[in-house]
Structure formats: structure tokens, C-alpha cells
Design a protein around this ligand. Structure first.
Ligand code: F6P
Length: 340
């Protein structure tokens, strides 16, 4: 068989481990793999290169994606869809492995609906893909954010300040939740809950009174009365650029104005998406890449390899993109157990 592989959407640590999982697993059974560059753009424009196990041997330790990525939507225009189908035929691709989040997998589902052999691998630092217990990239990104919070805590303590850490998370607050819980934040704000100003101010005052400083984690997607011009427009899938809302900076001004406590903010942005993947993400990505090849070899096209209760299993692309997985009530309850 001839496999094709692509990585689409925002990058995250673990993508190279997943690509490596695909290429080695395919090679183990005597199959070759063509890598398409820059996500669906590479399939549309026929940008490709053959991938060998030897060249990917070390890649499990590297962040980013050796294939490049983009937020190209190949089914936005029918002429692009035609080019995608032509490229797959030209390379005699028997199975395309699409590695990506909701948008990439939705495009994969469309390809499947057009009768092409496609399987998927979920990834995103946002951890918001339904049907998988965890996505790779999330553990690495949240670990970076947790480290940032600890650094901010040191300087907040020295200056007796409040400091807000703004983290990524487009539709779901998983990264904020993990960072706040594991980093011991005095307050953690997620998009799943409405902005409750009196409660936040009280938490900041209480922490400051008790220890002389406060650290707060806020997801970029929280519901605040800010809407910078930059959030309009967005990418080919219609997503706004949330970092331009500047929720951390807005909150810092507000906290200082209401409580009188000197407050700063830090936005770590894409620092969360780079660097070496954690052990957890390397293993998960490796298993999912190999698992996607196994799905294709078993003829289970239109399925995505996911983590379910510790095992790698296949679910349909429909199932995988049906809903966005947001932080649920159980996690929120645990989070608020530790409110200041
Ligand atoms: O991939 C999702 C995500 O990491 C979001 O959390 C964030 O809002 C967005 O990507 C940022 O995208 P870009 O890389 O296009 O700035």
C-alpha cells in the first residue's frame, strides 16, 4: 500500500512522534509513505516528499512538525477539492492519514464522504476533540504554562503583586484548568463559566491578604466585554484570533482599579506550542500514529484512532467531530475546591 500523511491546523508537540508512528508502522508491514507538506495545502498543491523511517528516527524528541502545517480548508472551494482528489490519484494513495484537530478531521470526513480512503489522528493542545480521552500536545502545552505560572509566582511574591497568566484555548478551557489546578492558582477563569467579577476580586483580595500576592490563570477565550478589532476575520475555517482580545491585560487593569492591588499580566501565546513533547505526549502520539495505520490495514476507512480508557481504538470521523469537548461539571467542581 501507499500511505499519505499530513498535519493540519495549529502545531503542537507530538506531531513528529505521530508522523514517525505512521511511517514506521507502515514500513514494518512493507508499505511506503508520502508526506504532504503544510497540511491540506500540500495535498491541494501537490507539495510532497517520500518519508523514510531513517530520517524520522530522532523526530520523536522534536517539537513542531517536519511536514509543516497550515489552516487551509481544501473544501472551501470546489476547484480546490478537485485538485485534492487529483493529487491523491496521481500518487496512488491507498490510505491518507490526516493528523489534526476538529477542522482537519472535518475536512478528512468530507474526503471520506467523497469515497476516498482516509483515516484520522486527533491532535491539539486545546484537548477539545470529542471521542478521545486526551489529545497529544495538551500535556506538553499545559506543562509549559504551569512552568510559566511558577515563574510568575516568584516575581508576584517578591513585588507583592497580583499577576494574570493568559493561556491559549479557543473554545475550551482545558489548558487553563490544568495550569490552574496543577500550578496552584488562586483563581482560574475558563470559557465554560461566565465572568464573575465580584468573586474574582474577592479571591484576589483574600490571597493577597493571606500571602501578600496572587496568581490567576485566564483562558484567552473567556467571556469578557473586550473585542479587539483583530478578533474579527480569522482563518479559513472562520476562527477568530483570540490572542488579540488581550483578556489578561484587560483583567490586570480591572483588578488594579477595583482592589487597588498592583497587577501585571503575561501572555505566553505560542511558547505553549513549541518545544519537546512530554513523555505522555510522545507515547500517545506514537500509539495513535501507529493505530491509524492499523485502522487502514484493517480496511477501517473513515475512522480515527483515539484513546479510550487506556486503549487505542477506532471511532468514526462523524463521532470524532460531532462536538467540541469542553470542561465538564466534575472538573469545574474540582477546580473550585481550590479557590482562594
Ligand atoms: O490550535 C488551537 C490554538 O492553539 C488555539 O488555542 C489558539 O487560539 C489558536 O490555536 C492560535 O492560532 P494561531 O497559531 O493561528 O495564532
Amino acid at each position: 500500500m501507499r500511505f499519505g500523511v499530513l498535519t493540519g491546523g495549529g502545531d503542537c508537540p507530538g506531531l513528529n512522534a505521530a508522523i514517525r508512528g505512521v511511517v514506521y508502522r507502515a514500513a514494518r508491514f512493507g508499505h511506503t509513505t508520502v508526506g504532504f507538506l503544510d497540511g491540506w495545502k500540500g495535498v491541494r498543491d501537490d507539495l510532497h516528499r517520500t518519508l523514510t523511517p531513517a530520517e524520522l528516527a530522532e523526530s520523536v524528541t522534536h517539537g513542531g512538525t517536519v511536514l509543516g502545517t497550515s489552516r487551509t480548508n481544501p473544501f472551501k472551494k470546489e476547484e480546490d477539492a478537485t485538485k485534492v482528489l487529483a493529487t491523491l490519484e496521481r500518487h496512488h494513495i491507498d490510505a491518507l492519514v490526516a493528523i489534526g484537530g476538529d477542522d482537519t478531521l472535518t475536512a478528512a470526513r468530507e474526503l471520506g464522504r467523497r469515497g476516498r480512503p482516509v483515516v484520522g489522528v486527533p491532535k491539539t493542545m486545546d484537548n477539545d476533540v470529542a471521542a478521545t480521552d486526551w489529545t497529544f500536545g495538551f500535556d506538553s502545552a499545559s506543562s509549559v504554562a504551569m512552568d510559566a505560572l511558577e515563574r510568575l509566582r516568584d516575581t508576584a511574591r517578591s513585588h507583592h503583586r497580583a499577576i494574570i497568566l493568559e493561556v491559549m484555548g479557543r473554545d475550551a478551557g482545558w489548558v487553563a484548568l490544568a495550569t490552574g489546578l496543577a500550578g496552584g492558582a488562586d483563581a482560574t477563569l475558563v470559557p465554560e463559566e461566565p465572568y464573575a467579577e465580584p468573586k474574582l476580586m474577592e479571591q484576589v483580595r483574600r490571597a493577597h491578604a493571606a500571602r501578600g500576592y496572587a496568581v490567576i490563570v485566564a483562558s484567552e477565550g473567556i467571556d469578557l466585554p473586550v473585542d479587539a478589532a483583530g478578533t474579527t476575520g480569522g482563518d479559513e475555517f472562520g476562527h477568530a484570533l483570540l490572542r488579540e482580545r488581550g483578556v489578561g491585560a484587560w483583567l490586570a487593569k480591572r483588578i488594579e482599579a477595583v482592589t487597588g492591588i498592583e497587577t501585571r499580566s503575561a501572555q505566553i501565546g505560542h511558547i505553549q506550542r513549541g518545544g519537546a513533547p512530554t513523555l505522555f505526549d510522545r507515547l500517545l502520539a506514537t500509539r495513535l500514529g501507529a493505530g491509524a495505520v492499523d485502522l487502514a490495514l484493517a480496511g477501517k476507512f473513515g475512522e480515527v484512532a483515539v484513546l479510550h480508557g487506556g486503549a487505542i481504538v477506532g471511532v468514526t470521523l462523524d463521532e470524532a467531530v460531532k462536538t467540541t469537548k469542553v470542561v465538564d461539571a466534575g472538573w469545574l467542581d474540582l477546580l473550585h475546591t481550590f479557590d482562594a
